[in-house]
Design a protein around this ligand. Structure first.
Ligand code: HEM
Length: 215
């Protein structure tokens, strides 16, 4: 939401101060989001078998045969049941995690280039500070004490990260919409309570699950 406000700040008639405020709040929310994803990735080392890496990363012969089974069954109109992610769900979760990581890396970098905020803020202040200026006196949206050539170089360095941030924003919107439709479709087809299970962590199985005996 905050990102959308930054992207469309002109259409929304946000003043420069308003945009700067939204950017700052966006970065603080971004820090919380980054910590949250980091905790989830740590949990992939420590959590139960459904939280672990091999239930997240769609690679390896085990995954390929699982996917082939799932697609062959679907072609015959059979919808296999899983206690963990079904193979397509595993692929979707992996794609979402990669997209979120791209947002965090590009976002943290732009937090440094645009607002001189941690973790890279002081590095960019040193890069653009004019001769004789204490880098910590370089503040966001003020160009009085920056070296214009260095500043232009820094903005050029920033550009690909901004592009990744905006493009991944649209990809995430697409993944979210796809995710919602896929969950509703799978819940209707299998009768498994996927939506409530996302909150309770408890799936009610109308039959035997493919991964029932997996360790
Ligand atoms: C799913 C997570 C995120 C989404 C959907 C998102 C979305 C956006 C969008 C749409 C923009 C406007 C881009 C532009 O106008 O060029 C933006 C800008 C920005 N984002 Fe994010 N963002 C996310 C995560 C983060 C994180 C984790 C950080 C850093 C901690 C961050 C830092 C920034 C910064 C600094 C800008 C300002 C760029 C400018 O000056 O315009 N973002 N974000």
């Amino acid at each position: 939401m905050l990102g959308t406000m930054i992207l469309y700040h002109r259409d929304l008639g946000l003043s420069d101060e308003g945009e700067a405020l939204v950017q700052t709040i966006h970065v603080y929310v971004g820090y919380i989001f980054a910590i949250n994803l980091f905790v989830r990735l740590i949990w992939a080392f420590a959590g139960n078998r459904f939280a672990r890496w091999d239930n997240l990363i769609p690679v390896g012969s085990g995954y390929t045969s699982k996917l082939r089974n799932y697609l062959n069954a679907a072609r015959e109109g059979k919808h296999l049941l899983y206690l963990g992610h079904n193979p397509l769900g595993q692929l979707a979760v992996f794609a979402i995690i990669i997209a979120l990581l791209a947002m965090i890396i590009s976002g943290l970098l732009m937090a440094g280039t645009d607002l001189y905020m941690p973790p890279f803020g002081s590095y960019f202040q040193n890069w653009v500070a004019a001769a004789g200026v204490n880098p910590s006196d370089v503040i966001a949206h003020v160009r009085d004490n920056v070296d214009e050539t260095a500043f232009a170089e820094m903005r050029a360095f920033r550009r690909p990260f901004s592009t990744i941030h905006v493009w991944t924003y649209y990809i995430i919107i697409g993944l979210v919409i796809l995710h919602i439709f896929a969950v509703i479709y799978t819940e209707v087809k299998t009768g498994v309570n996927l939506i409530s299970a996302m909150f309770t962590g408890k799936k009610v199985m109308p039959g035997e699950a493919e991964d029932e005996d997996e360790k």
